[in-house]
Design a protein around this ligand. Structure first.
Ligand SMILES: NC(=O)c1ccc[n+]([C@@H]2O[C@H](COP(=O)([O-])OP(=O)(O)OC[C@H]3O[C@@H](n4cnc5c(N)ncnc54)[C@H](OP(=O)(O)O)[C@@H]3O)[C@@H](O)[C@H]2O)c1
Length: 441
């Protein structure tokens, strides 16, 4: 017990009362951890946490955790309007009705813990402002990278740094698919089906494979890193559906792996930042390249600390429950010492997002061309006309009338590459431009 600090205590109740919205994957993990480690959690925060009510949609559904049925309700208002409940933990997901419940709970003076990335990315500003106005906590560690602590470290331990860059593999489903494609030389569609069969991909995998899930998460991380609001709809987003087995094989030959990355980067212009999600060729020796299967990894570059890499399970009941319980305990400590609302919204600045056309990266381009004289010279000239500096070019030995060519380009703005490819695509000697992927070193 933290008895030596008890004179500072402003909390006069004997317990902290929790209400939960949602008892699915994350809700079950949260409740299980709170029950299994109740004694240790109580010793750490100095008070017991008592779960008073859990709202679900279907009262009769079998649950992954044993809870007293009397705790369950299908009326969320029994949680958000209960004057005894101190903390509301929102684990429903999606924007509505979750946002409405959270707002109403804030208006009722409740502290909030959530793992809802979509709600925080799209509606975080108004919710955070409401929490700030009322001096309440709104914590959301579980919303990004599941069990990996990343939001709290950025807001606390790394707060003294100017964050230059945050880059990460922040979607486990796509990392699982890309890892399998790499190991087995398999095609995207084949691996997706297998991932769905094993429960690593949703029945509707759109949010993961099109990059939207990563888009929400990088918008949240960028807002914290650059102390500015990053509107999620302005974040460039490209998923992994266009990645072919050949791209992975060619990347491998060139010393790279392909990962879906969320990238947030400061630019020389203080008023602009880069925030984007796209498949990326990463050198095999890059610290993020080692995150495989469903694992996530996030690299933060701070002005004083340099590079810090966070690695772990980015989703799942236990890992996300771990992040949610950590937030609940933090809120409990704040409640005990009258310090809620201590770290409110940190989006003080206004910065715009650099359009993808202007973002400068290296590039990988794969195309199929006719096997004829002067093909290379013709295409190279067009790249030259757009000031694109070729770093390497590989032509596969031809046994038919067509051949693959793989180009790696030095750093060039996106608009130069799109301009050159628009012309190259129409050349009679070009069968197709098969892929264009950005390269990060
Ligand atoms: N799954 C993960 O690994 C993971 C990782 C990080 C973050 N998250 C985030 O955590 C949140 C929860 O995800 P999840 O995977 O746990 O979802 P889930 O398994 O679908 O669980 C959602 C829960 O919310 C309940 N619910 C839905 N609508 C409701 C309503 N209108 N009123 C009351 N209860 C309602 C459901 O009730 P029934 O059970 O009765 O249907 C269910 O218990 C989401 O924001 C998600 O993005 C998830």
């Amino acid at each position: 017990m933290e008895s030596d600090k008890s004179q500072n205590r402003v909390w006069d109740k004997k317990q902290i009362t929790l209400g939960i919205l949602g008892l699915g994957v994350v809700g079950s993990g949260t409740v299980r951890l709170l029950m299994e480690n109740a004694a240790e959690i109580e010793r750490k925060i100095g008070l017991p946490i008592v779960i008073k009510k859990i709202a679900v949609r279907n009262l009769d559904k079998p649950r992954d955790v044993v809870v007293d049925r009397a705790l369950l309700t299908n009326d969320p208002c029994e949680v958000i309007d209960d004057p005894d409940i101190d903390i509301v933990c929102e684990l429903i997901g999606g924007v509505e009705p979750a946002r409405g419940y959270v707002l109403r709970a804030l208006k009722n003076g409740k502290q909030i813990v959530t793992a809802n990335k979509e709600m925080i990315a799209k509606e975080g500003q108004s919710l955070m402002e409401e929490a700030s106005r009322r001096g309440l906590d709104l914590q959301f560690e579980g919303s990004v990278a599941g069990g990996i602590p990343i939001i709290q470290p950025m807001k606390n331990a790394l707060a003294g740094n100017r964050i230059e860059q945050v880059m990460g593999i922040i979607n486990g489903t796509t990392n699982y698919i890309l890892t399998k494609m790499t190991r087995e030389g398999a095609d995207f569609g084949e691996v997706l089906k297998e991932a769905q069969a094993h429960g690593y991909a949703e029945t509707d995998p759109t949010s993961d494979i099109e990059g939207f899930d990563a888009q929400y998460k990088i918008a949240i991380l960028a807002s914290i890193a650059f102390t500015c609001r990053v509107p999620v709809n302005e974040v460039y987003c490209e998923g992994i559906t266009g990645i072919a087995a050949q791209d992975i094989a060619y990347a491998d030959e060139l010393g790279y792996v392909i990962k879906l990355l969320g990238v947030a980067k400061r630019t020389a212009d203080e008023n602009r930042v880069e925030v984007r999600v796209h498949p990326t060729l990463l050198p095999k020796t890059h610290p993020l390249a080692f995150a495989n299967d469903v694992y996530n990894a996030v690299q933060v570059k701070g002005s004083a600390v340099g590079d810090v890499v966070f690695y772990g399970r980015g989703a799942g009941s236990g890992p996300t429950g771990s992040a949610v319980v950590g937030d609940i305990m933090d809120v409990c400590r704040n409640l005990r010492y009258g310090a809620t609302g201590r770290i409110s919204c940190t989006c003080f600045e206004r910065r715009s997002i650099v359009p993808m056309d202007e973002v400068i990266t290296r590039h990988y381009i794969r195309m199929v061309v006719k096997d004829q004289p002067r093909v290379m010279a013709t295409i190279s000239k067009i790249f030259g006309d757009y000031e694109i500096n070729i770093a390497s070019m590989v032509q596969k030995e031809t046994f038919g009338t067509e051949t693959d060519i793989i180009w790696l380009m030095h750093e060039t703005p996106g608009k130069s590459v799109s301009g050159a490819l628009a012309i190259i695509r129409d050349l009679p000697i070009v069968v197709e431009v098969s892929n264009w992927i950005r390269v990060v070193d």
